[in-house]
Design a protein around this ligand. Structure first.
Ligand SMILES: C[S@@+](CC[C@H](N)C(=O)[O-])C[C@H]1O[C@@H](n2cnc3c(N)ncnc32)[C@H](O)[C@@H]1O
Length: 323
């Protein structure tokens, strides 16, 4: 069963989003006496397994209450994203399959990812950045336990994670291997949130723009492993290739460049019956065959190995080691 069974139908995800936005779920979680709930919303939430009816009115089911206490931000971020993605697919599939820029211009999901608003650190910048950071964090929470064993980090390594968001993967690498330290390079607002959530002596956040040639070069001599997870598909081939070449250039002998990415969206992904199939579909034009990354690393003189694991799609972990 999925970790988010309440979000397995569109009506369930939409109802969770509506109930979360109106604070209904927070008030129910606090045990705030009788909470008024519109009858149709109540039916949807009961149907999704979020509520059950008692003599005194609706209350949260034990499973949902426990999950909400553990990760309300993740539940809200996923419910909201599924709703946006479903709307985009319903109204925009024509463009998605034939005119991606037109799809993106109209899409509610791409409006969420305002990287321009992550370039400052005012309260307004942080407020615009938090919702998509929470979504990305929630996906990473599920992906990292599966990816971690495939990432070649060794005791004492100094890791640079480019586009590492709020540092979940880097924190997991630091925890999993003795003496490892990590630096996360990301946009300024993302680094502020990351530092608040899990900054430490062994996990540092460095604000910067990875696309600028001098940014990656600035880490030369301080890095044994460079990791990109779910970052490079965001960029056109030329930008991705430039970031890969600059990362390879700062590796010492024996150093590794690790790229974790979903593979090209295919029929088995399209056949997915849960809402993550819709959430991934909006990004489908950008996912690449891992041969693209493998070819670039090989041309740069790295010794390349590849592994894969099934998360909500197949993730490929492509590792290039400098001889
Ligand atoms: C799709 S998210 C993936 C985040 C994280 N690696 C994960 O898998 O959960 C892409 C990340 O790249 C970051 N990013 C985008 N443009 C960037 C840039 N020019 N320089 C540095 N980071 C950037 C975003 O802020 C975001 O954290």
């Amino acid at each position: 069963m999925s970790d988010f069974p309440w979000l397995e139908t569109l009506q369930g995800a939409a109802a969770v989003d509506v109930a979360a936005r109106s604070d209904l779920l927070a008030r129910l979680a606090e045990g705030a006496g009788t909470v008024a709930c519109p009858p149709v919303l109540e039916s949807l939430l009961i149907g999704a397994g979020v509520l059950h009816q008692t003599g005194e009115g609706p209350v949260l089911t034990a499973g949902f209450a426990q999950a909400w206490r553990r990760d309300a931000a993740g539940i809200m971020a996923r419910a909201s994203f599924i709703r946006r993605a479903a709307a985009d697919v319903a109204t925009g599939l024509d463009d998605l399959v034939s005119d991606v820029p037109a799809f993106m211009a109209k899409s509610a999901t791409f409006r969420l990812f305002r990287y321009d608003m992550a370039e400052g650190i005012s309260a307004q910048h942080l407020a615009a950045t938090r919702p998509w950071v929470d979504y990305v964090e929630s996906l990473s929470q599920s992906e990292i336990p599966l990816l971690l064993p495939l990432i070649d980090v060794r005791p004492g390594d100094r890791v640079l994670e480019i586009g590492g968001n709020t540092g979940l993967l880097s924190a997991a690498l630091v925890a999993a291997h003795h003496g490892v330290t990590a630096q996360v390079l990301d946009l300024p607002a993302v680094c502020v949130l990351g530092d608040e959530r899990r900054g430490s002596d062994t996990l540092r956040f460095v604000p910067g723009d990875a696309r600028k040639a001098e940014t990656i070069k600035g880490f030369a001599g301080a890095v044994d492993v460079v990791v990109f997870k779910s970052v490079l598909h965001d960029w056109p081939e030329a930008d991705a290739a430039a970031m890969i070449a600059r990362s390879a250039a700062i590796l010492p002998a024996g150093g590794r460049l690790v790229i974790c990415e979903r593979g090209a969206f295919g029929a088995s992904d399209a056949a997915g019956k849960d809402m993550m199939a819709l959430a991934n579909l909006v990004f489908s034009p950008f996912y690449r065959d891992p041969a693209f990354y493998e070819g670039l690393m090989t041309d740069l003189g790295l010794r390349v190995a590849r592994a894969q694991v099934d998360c909500d799609m197949i993730f490929h972990v492509t590792t290039g080691q400098r001889p």
